[in-house]
Design a protein around this ligand. Structure first.
Ligand SMILES: Nc1ncnc2c1ncn2[C@@H]1O[C@H](COP(=O)(O)OP(=O)(O)O)[C@@H](O)[C@H]1O
Ligand SMILES: [Mg+2]
Length: 194
């Protein structure tokens, strides 16, 4: 099972490449879960899914136990049920999950964040090839958002800022929670003058 997370600066091509990659894997009759963890989702365009707004609803979680996480999946809803109930089915059979919507303040994403962490930790790793599209920059990647992945693909285009972000992201290869392998994908290399 492939577990890959795409990271890089905004606009470098993460969504285009990750969505295309997900479809290529799915065309080989392999089950693919596409995780769009960017609050500004870009994967639907490359996956060919005609909805760009299907975020994880708030009511999938309830308050957690006193000494446990702040929010937990609603009783009776496990990771596999979450996936089957909330993933949109795209062309080639890709299952697409979209992170939450912000309603003014970033804290409104907290429920979706806990739901996603639990789904990522508890989903059956033997059931899914996982293709993740991380938000632009280093922040979420460094916060351990790609802990499901054993391979991180850093998408870099030939601009100084994109290369700078790529260099920073490279440090994730040294993290003890992180993907075992880190590769760099050079994108847009022929479309620009530099
Ligand atoms: N290899 C490529 N060739 C041509 N256009 C590309 C290529 N990669 C990305 N683009 C275009 O660049 C823009 C940003 O790509 P996108 O995948 O949305 O980046 P990100 O998800 O990293 O923000 C989009 O308009 C996309 O169509
Ligand atoms: Mg994107």
């Amino acid at each position: 099972m492939i577990k890959i997370a795409f990271a890089g600066k905004g606009g470098s091509g993460k969504s285009s490449i990750s969505g295309t990659f997900a479809r290529i894997v799915a065309r080989k009759d392999r089950p693919v879960l596409a995780l769009d963890s960017d609050p500004v989702p870009g994967m639907p365009f490359s996956l060919g899914i005609p909805v760009n707004d299907s975020p994880t609803p708030d009511d999938v979680v309830v308050e957690g136990p006193a000494n446990g996480p702040r929010w937990v999946l609603r009783p009776g809803l496990d990771a596999e049920q979450f996936i089957s109930q909330h993933a949109v089915i795209g062309p080639d059979g890709v299952r697409y999950l979209q992170f939450g919507n912000t309603w003014g303040h970033v804290s409104t994403l907290q429920r979706a964040q806990f739901a996603w962490s639990q789904v990522i930790e508890e989903m059956d790793p033997t059931a899914w090839n996982v293709v993740g599209d991380l938000p632009g920059g280093t922040r979420q990647a460094m916060f351990g958002w790609a802990k499901y992945a054993n391979l991180m693909a850093i998408v870099v285009e030939p601009t100084a800022k994109s290369i700078h972000v790529g260099r920073r992201l490279r440090n994730i290869s040294k993290a003890n929670w992180g993907p075992e392998h880190v590769v760099v994908i050079a994108n847009n290399e022929r479309c620009r003058t530099y």
